[in-house]
Ligand binder design. Structure first.
Ligand SMILES: Cc1cc2nc3c(=O)[nH]c(=O)nc-3n(C[C@H](O)[C@H](O)[C@H](O)COP(=O)(O)O)c2cc1C
Length: 177
C-alpha cells in the first residue's frame, strides 16, 4: 500500500509533522512517503493569477502525490480555530484542477495536535465535516492534546490512553485494506 503522510503546516519544527511521522512508524510494511509543505511553496490563490499563470506546478505536483497514494495520513494544525493559511491555500489551488476533487476519493486518517488542551478539536471538526465534499473518505479521526506533555521526540506518544486510542484507530484503518 502506498501511503502519503503530511502535516498541514510549514513550520520547520511542526508538531503535526512529528505526530504524523510517528504514525507512519505503524505502517512499516507499506511504501510511505512523508511530504513537507515547505517543498511545495506557492503564491496565495488569486483569480487573476490563475488566469494569467495557471495553477502552480507545486499544486499540480502535490495533487499527483495524492492521486498516486492509497491512503493519506494527515495531521493539521489549528490556527485561530481553522486551517493554517498555507494548508488552505494548497487545498484551494488543488481544487482548481479540472476534473478532480482535492483528495480524489482517497481514504484518510485525519489528525490534529496542538500544545493546548483541545488538541486542535475545532479544526478537526471542520475538516471531518468538510473533507468528504473534497473527496476524502475519512476513516478515523484522532486528536492529541497537550503535545508537549504527551509526546517525546524519541518515544513518540507517552500518554498510555492516547497511545492505545491511536493504535486502535490505526488497526481500524488497516482493516479497510
Ligand atoms: C496564527 C496562529 C493561530 C493559532 N491558533 C490556535 C488555535 O486556534 N488553537 C490551538 O490549539 N492552537 C493555536 N495556535 C498554536 C498552534 O497550535 C501551534 O503553533 C502549533 O505548533 C501549530 O502546529 P505546527 O507546529 O504543526 O505548525 C495558533 C498558532 C498560530 C501561529
Amino acid at each position: 500500500m502506498k501511503i502519503l503522510a503530511f502535516a498541514g503546516s510549514n513550520s520547520e519544527v511542526s508538531i503535526n509533522k512529528k505526530l504524523v511521522t510517528f504514525v507512519t512508524s505503524f505502517f512499516k510494511d507499506d511504501d510511505v512517503e512523508i511530504l513537507d509543505l515547505n517543498d511545495f511553496e506557492m503564491p496565495i490563490y488569486k483569480n487573476e493569477r490563475e488566469i494569467k499563470d495557471g495553477i502552480p506546478q507545486s499544486a499540480l505536483d502535490f495533487a499527483k502525490k495524492i492521486d498516486e497514494s492509497d491512503l493519506i495520513l494527515l495531521s493539521t494544525p489549528e490556527h485561530n480555530g481553522n486551517f493554517p493559511a498555507v494548508f488552505k491555500n494548497l487545498m484551494d489551488w488543488i481544487s482548481r484542477i479540472k476534473g478532480r476533487k482535492i483528495f480524489n476519493g482517497k481514504p484518510m486518517l485525519l489528525m490534529a495536535t496542538s500544545g493546548g488542551a483541545r488538541g486542535g478539536a475545532s479544526v478537526l471538526e471542520i475538516a471531518e465535516k468538510r473533507f468528504p465534499f473534497d473527496g476524502a473518505e475519512v476513516l478515523q479521526t484522532y486528536s492529541l492534546p497537550k503535545f508537549y506533555e504527551n509526546f517525546d521526540e524519541e518515544k513518540g506518544i507517552t500518554d498510555e490512553e492516547k497511545l492505545k486510542e491511536l493504535k486502535e484507530k490505526i488497526e481500524k484503518v488497516k482493516s479497510k485494506f
